[in-house]
Design a protein. Structure first.
Length: 298
């Protein structure tokens, strides 16, 4: 993510403490919010999330090249009541060593049906995608298109998704200039950049997923200083001519949730499509690892 001044976040916490109504939720599609706490010293910074098809199991990666898997327990209404996870482990380079700090800004996660995992990274000159047969095994860099080297240090590759055919899609958090998001697509060993997505100045792209309906869901974040974070989810149909049929699935006011950075879209037992999102707490005491769920309304 783009790193935010911590004094502003402390001030945000003070505002919320004084005004308990700041995070009141009125959205008809809101399901619930759960604060995930752990004694694991490496718990936190989660910026990439993938759920199983039934929403009961998850994989997350953090922005310090850590990862873990776990289980979600729900009550009869489908609300999260408990999250358990294995200790956070290190992502490894091709030699089986933990990634060095200057190459460890992991942000996005996508997992193919065969279990192959892909992770996107930010950083000066290190914006790239790594692939892992499983996250417990050594990884390797995918080929890098020259455009990756021109991306902003803290505005590079966060959103990452994989479609049913195994094609990867990624886009920068905050591209240079005021134009649309460039969408980079990887298939059969090659990148192309023929797709774009509309962009507005108030939000930056931080997460993406393909839903069970085949639509592309894009999570975006706004930062409002002492007033906290806002979030927006838009979905798009992917056609032969590019992305179309834009729909705003969710837009929150500042301070409704913490720093939501990743999204996983799945279908629950009732047949509804859910958007599950997780907040990156930046390993900072004033923030929380919040897991939030909303229903897609059709």
């Amino acid at each position: 993510m783009q790193k935010r001044p911590r004094l502003a976040l402390v001030a945000m916490l003070a505002v919320l403490a004084l005004d308990s109504s700041a995070a009141t939720l009125h959205a008809s599609n809101f399901i619930g919010s759960y604060i995930w706490r752990s004694r694991d010293p490496n718990h936190g910074g989660f910026s990439g999330l993938e759920l199983s098809a039934d929403g009961s199991r998850f994989t997350v990666i953090g922005d310090r090249a850590g990862w873990t898997i776990g289980q979600i327990t729900r009550d009869g209404r489908g609300h999260i009541t408990k999250i358990t996870a294995a200790p956070v482990a290190d992502l490894k380079d091709s030699d089986g060593r933990p990634l060095p700090a200057n190459r460890a800004d992991s942000e996005g996660l996508a997992i193919a049906p065969n279990g192959q995992a892909f992770v996107s990274f930010e950083g000066i000159g290190t914006a790239r995608i790594m692939t892992f047969s499983t996250l417990s095994k050594p990884g390797k860099d995918l080929p890098r298109p020259p455009e990756f080297a021109t991306l902003r240090k803290n505005g590079a590759l966060e959103a990452l998704a994989i479609d049913a055919k195994g094609t990867l899609y990624t886009l920068p958090e905050s591209p240079r200039g005021s134009g649309p998001y460039p969408v980079f697509r990887y298939a059969k060993g090659k990148w192309d950049q023929t797709l774009t997505l509309p962009r507005s100045k108030d939000f930056d792209a931080v997460g993406a997923d393909f839903g069970p309906d085949g639509r592309f869901y894009l999570l975006e974040r706004g930062f409002h200083g002492i007033f906290g974070f806002s979030s927006r989810v838009r979905s798009f149909a992917l056609t032969a001519k590019g992305f179309a049929d834009q729909r705003v699935e969710l837009q929150t006011a500042p301070a409704t949730h913490d720093n939501l950075e990743s999204i996983s879209v799945w279908r629950d037992a009732a047949g509804d499509i859910r958007m599950t999102m997780i907040a990156d707490d930046n390993f900072f005491w004033a923030q929380r690892t919040e897991v939030v769920e909303y229903r897609v309304i059709r």
